[in-house]
Design a protein around this ligand. Structure first.
Ligand SMILES: [Fe+2]
Ligand SMILES: [Fe+2]
Length: 338
């Protein structure tokens, strides 16, 4: 808790943070029901298909989704449900830091995509000149770049202070094996981070009311949109990688890395996220409900992913190139080797 207080006070003050520090305290059951309702509403199969079917339209004419108007001034700590406001604010600050280097995220992804999927490269990373200077940001960046400022605004609304963002260094483009394998690994990592953000905003939506909840719903809708597009497009680009194989490969890869004490980008991200979100200070109930959110969301995505037939995906994106149809295997991929 000391770390959190230090972190919350990194703008210089700890006093008079809240208008009202009384919070409603729902039990496991209510939180669980609330999470299930949100998943039914925002992560149902119809919504997921709609978000994927939107991608070919965005390739033609990119249109960022506008947020509904938010009454920022009406937000106060009484809208936080069942979380200690200090921990809540620490989570906000950690999420703002993580969302901050969006330009670096988008440009790294553009470089992995450009040799194989120019339309998707433009969607995530925009257009550049021959020297690689950005001419216009991609749609992903245009939507994502609202996130950190929105979280910073919430921080200011709760504390009266300006958040000094401490952005972490985004992983740069590192071609390693061949473009397809590199993109495959990068894509997995990107989907995992969008999934993590989706679950975090789902969980925060379940712990808020009023205009505070409206902000998290907007963040949630954006993250679901991006996660679904990346996931579905990945299923099309690597048709022989089944969802089961994917989870299996991720798990065995992570376990191999742990066994051999090697660095894994996914494990590194997971470790970093637990630090910036101050996981060690979360109560047992909060940890349990967040893990439950991860499981329920993954289950929902797994069912949807399983329903995506090659015919359906080809109707959206055409036939995948022959070379893209090859599933990266452990034998091909030096990163799988111990
Ligand atoms: Fe985001
Ligand atoms: Fe995101």
């Amino acid at each position: 808790m000391v770390n959190i207080i230090q972190m919350v006070s990194r703008s210089g003050s700890q006093g008079g943070l809240f208008k009202d520090d009384s919070t409603i305290n729902p039990g496991f059951r209510q939180t669980h029901q609330q999470l299930q309702r949100l998943i039914q509403q925002y992560l149902n199969q119809r919504v997921l298909c709609d978000r994927l079917e939107d991608l070919p339209r965005q390739f033609q004419v990119a249109q960022p989704r506008p947020w509904r108007p938010i009454h920022w001034k009406s937000i106060d700590a009484s809208q936080i449900v069942g979380i200690d406001p200090l921990i809540f604010i620490a989570i906000l600050a950690g999420a703002a830091d993580t969302e901050h280097p969006i330009r670096d995220y988008t440009q790294t992804s553009r470089q992995y995509l450009a040799p194989l999927h120019p339309a998707m490269a433009k969607f995530v990373g925009g257009t550049t000149d021959a020297q690689g200077t950005l001419l216009e940001p991609g749609l992903w960046e245009k939507e994502e770049r609202q996130h950190s400022p929105a979280l910073q605004k919430l921080y200011t609304q709760f504390t009266g202070l300006k958040l000094r963002v401490v952005p972490h260094e985004a992983r740069s483009y590192q071609p390693f094996a061949n473009p397809e394998l590199d993109l495959y690994h990068h894509g997995l990592h990107r989907i995992a981070t969008e999934y993590g953000a989706t679950c975090l905003y789902l969980w925060l939506t379940a712990h808020s009311v009023g205009q505070l909840r409206a902000v998290f719903e907007e963040l949630l809708i954006d993250e679901i949109n991006h996660m679904t597009k990346f996931w579905g497009y990945g299923r099309w680009a690597y048709p022989s990688v089944s969802c089961f194989n994917l989870l299996n490969a991720l798990l065995s890869k992570a376990l191999t890395k742990i066994w051999h004490r090697e660095a894994s980008s996914l494990l590194h991200t997971l470790r970093r996220m637990t630090q910036v979100l101050h996981w060690e200070a979360w109560s047992f109930k909060h940890k349990a409900t967040f893990l439950w959110t991860l499981i329920l969301s993954l289950q929902q995505m797994y069912q949807w992913s399983h329903s995506l037939s090659p015919e359906y995906l080809e109707s959206l994106f055409g036939r995948p190139h022959q070379s893209e149809a090859q599933a990266p295997s452990e034998a091909q991929d030096p990163k799988f080797r111990s």
